[in-house]
Design a protein around this ligand. Sequence first.
Ligand code: ATP
Ligand code: MG
Length: 211
Amino acid sequence: MKRGVFITLEGSDGCGKTTQTVRLKEKLARKGLKVAHTREPGGTSFAENLRQIILNPRNKISPIAELLLYEASRVQHTQEILLPALRQGKIVLCERYTDATVAYQGYGRKINPRWIEDLNRMATGGLTPDLTILLDIPVEEGLKRARKSGGKRGDRLERENLLFHRRVRRGYVHLARREPQRIKVVSARGTVAEVENKIENVLRSKFPQWF
Ligand SMILES: Nc1ncnc2c1ncn2[C@@H]1O[C@H](COP(=O)(O)OP(=O)(O)OP(=O)(O)O)[C@@H](O)[C@H]1O
Ligand SMILES: [Mg+2]
């Protein structure tokens, strides 16, 4: 059924996911590979609308409602974007996926991780990334980058306190320890080109046929 390759990029706010995914897409496309770039929450018009609701600082959203909005967006995104692209044999690069929900809503908001696991499975039908790049950066540095690009006060999640963001980072690191075959940690410190090279090295070792 699935013929393509599913790669996710994860990491805290401002770590460089968009920057690096754009570069990676261009690099692979130059080699003649078919690549799709998408992101969560979003990717479809319904899910992009949900994204606006989720990230709008004016909305007061309880943790469980937030979790369900993310998962609702994930259902549509998986069915309308991820699965069709994978069926077409594409390399799918997706910014954020199920690991983000474990890190943000599980570790960050402290929601029962078993609920999150169940909802993730329900939303995706069990579709799991072939490879996940975790861009790891100290919380303050990431937030500084995010504020530089997205406005001083940040979106609803970026406005959370430092302790929240530290729990998120710790959550990601725990996930990577639990699934070292799938999740590769790449330090997001250093220049854009340095991080890009580190990501390329991970890809080279996993998919040498692309290089
Ligand atoms: N290695 C780097 N060094 C310095 N600045 C960087 C680096 N990588 C990205 N940036 C800058 O940091 C800001 C955030 O980067 P980017 O938007 O790629 O992060 P992101 O992980 O997609 O953030 P978000 O979680 O908010 O979507 C941008 O202004 C970007 O130009
Ligand atoms: Mg981004």
